[in-house]
Design a protein around this ligand. Structure first.
Ligand SMILES: Nc1ncnc2c1ncn2[C@@H]1O[C@H](COP(=O)(O)OP(=O)(O)OP(=O)(O)O)[C@@H](O)[C@H]1O
Ligand SMILES: [Mg+2]
Length: 495
């Protein structure tokens, strides 16, 4: 269906793609794999006319094509759901599905027909929602389904998904996969990017691996076990996972740094008690919507509690604003990088020093030299792939932007660091390094609240695990508890 050959693309300072090939067949799901910055998104953007290629050829069903915009690619039958969902939150679901080709009758938009057809397209994806509601009211999972419905409405032959599962929970991923399997059986050619290896083995018929902008190989999952896949991506064997981290250095009776007593907010969290001691990694587990993010927001002063008390260093505090939390030495790396995170026009350096500068106050500007030192230190520590510190952060690959946000909060040298799903979108090797760095900091006295849906990560890293269910604390487990035990507490299933 689609044959890319000899594709090259250079940005100022980086050869993002060099002589890359990709063969996509009708009726297959093809995984595009590689480390952060390997060139996956760039290849997709070349294919869909966002960036012109410097060289190479794209053939669709045998015919050479030269799309100059995503709209042109779409008209040819190549539809894309990008890494950041690119729809209009203020328009209705139906309008998003039909944007650019609204059905008309006698010159007027035929709203009835539009709603009916939108409903029918979503029905094919087993989704029943009110298509007249603004899209922004729905969770990301639904927004992605809407993007896919839009692609179907355009009678696409090729569907491309760049990290579709990064912001979905387990059930939503299952739904997405069921839909993709169905579309595959209808003959669609599907290309998808992911950093979750399990997904590749659950879904993909074939795998193409890129490394440093170059084609490494095309494989079938059956003949490429996970360790070999990782080796193909990073160019070496991944060191055996440092099994369990050493036990916490914290004395169990150490005074808590941060303590919540009956902290609650209507509709968000039932009264919760929580203690965080210096040097401790506390894992916070639970399903999406269980109250994890809500608890984090209360601790960080992003929302105000209706009830209960928050204590820092044993003193009751009322946080009206995150700036006050930052002044007390708290830091929070948020879940959704595009909304809460990066300032795309600013440089990597400016993005990294942003929180530190804010804490110092705007009248005490960090010297350019100090900024440069800090930026370079974290670029090295987290291996952020960028030409230099002055590159606009919007030019970094998705995973590297995420590392820069983490650097921003580490740069404030906080006493408590709240991490909400910090490794979504980060490749396997980088994930291992980042987790190692966090544990090192914890052993040096940093206290960490670690929110993750990946139970193996929680089990391995946390000294203690607190589980939330239906917006209340369901229980606590010691670090090193096995995944099944944590999973049972999360869902409330009997042992
Ligand atoms: N608009 C741009 N301007 C300059 N450089 C860019 C631009 N877009 C991407 N790059 C660079 O091209 C390289 C490949 O980036 P790309 O986004 O394709 O990586 P990726 O494989 O999608 O990574 P990730 O897994 O982190 O999303 C990176 O070095 C990136 O910094
Ligand atoms: Mg990408």
């Amino acid at each position: 269906m689609l044959r890319l050959s000899g594709i090259s693309k250079r940005f100022v300072g980086v050869q993002a793609l060099r002589d890359v090939q990709l063969h996509l067949r009708a009726g297959e799901v093809h995984a595009l794999m590689g480390q952060n910055g390997a060139g996956k998104s760039t290849l997709i953007k070349v294919l869909t006319g966002v960036h012109p290629a410097d060289g190479g050829e794209i053939r669709l069903a045998g015919q050479p094509i030269h799309p100059r915009s995503p709209a042109e690619a779409q008209a040819l039958g190549v539809a894309t759901v990008y890494q950041e969902v690119n729809l209009c939150g203020n328009l209705s679901v139906a309008e998003n599905i039909f944007a650019g080709r609204l059905p008309r009758r006698a010159g007027f938009i035929d709203r009835g027909r539009m709603a009916r057809e939108a409903q029918a397209l979503l029905g094919r994806l087993h989704l029943e929602i009110d298509v007249r509601q603004p899209l922004g009211r729905f969770p990301v999972a639904v927004q992605q389904m809407v993007a896919i419905a839009r692609a179907l409405g355009l009678r696409s032959r090729v569907l491309i998904l760049d990290e579709p599962s990064s912001s979905l929970d387990v059930d939503e991923v299952q739904h997405l996969f069921a839909v993709l399997r169905e579309l595959r059986s209808q003959g669609l050619a599907i290309l998808f990017v992911t950093h979750f290896l399990d997904e590749v083995y659950a879904l993909a018929d074939r795998i193409t691996v890129l490394r440093n902008g170059e084609f490494v190989g095309e494989y079938t999952p059956a003949r490429l076990p996970a360790p070999a896949l990782v080796a193909a991506m990073i160019g070496r064997e991944l060191a055996a996972d440092a099994a369990r981290q050493p036990a916490s250095v914290v004395a169990p009776d150490a005074a808590p740094l941060v303590e919540a007593r009956g902290l609650a907010r209507r509709g968000a969290l039932q009264p919760a008690d929580l203690q965080l001691r210096p040097g401790e990694v506390l894992g916070l587990a639970g399903l999406l919507g269980s109250g994890r993010t809500e608890l984090a927001r209360l601790l960080f002063g992003m929302d105000r509690p209706d009830r209960g008390e928050l204590r820092v260093d044993g003193r009751a505090v009322r946080l009206e604003h995150p700036a006050q939390a930052v002044a007390l030495g708290l830091a929070m790396c948020p879940e959704e990088r595009k909304v809460d995170g990066i300032v795309a026009e600013l440089s990597v350096r400016e993005n990294i020093v942003l929180a530190l500068q804010a804490r110092q106050g705007l009248w005490k500007v960090l010297s350019r030299r100090r900024q440069q030192e800090i930026a370079e230190r974290y670029i090295r520590a987290l291996d952020i792939r960028t030409a230099d510190a002055d590159t606009p952060i919007g030019q970094l690959s998705g995973g590297n932007q995420q590392k820069a946000i983490l650097a921003r909060w580490l740069a404030t040298e906080p006493r408590l660091l709240i991490l909400d799903e910090p490794t979504r979108g980060i490749d396997v090797a980088a994930k291992q390094e980042i987790m190692g760095e966090i544990v090192r900091l914890a052993r040096a006295g940093l206290s960490v609240l670690f929110i993750s849906s990946e139970l193996d990560e929680i089990a391995r890293l946390a000294d203690r695990i607190v589980v939330l269910r239906e917006r209340r604390v369901a229980g606590e487990l010691p670090g090193g508890s096995d995944e099944a035990t944590i999973g049972r507490l999360i869902t409330g299933a009997a042992a």
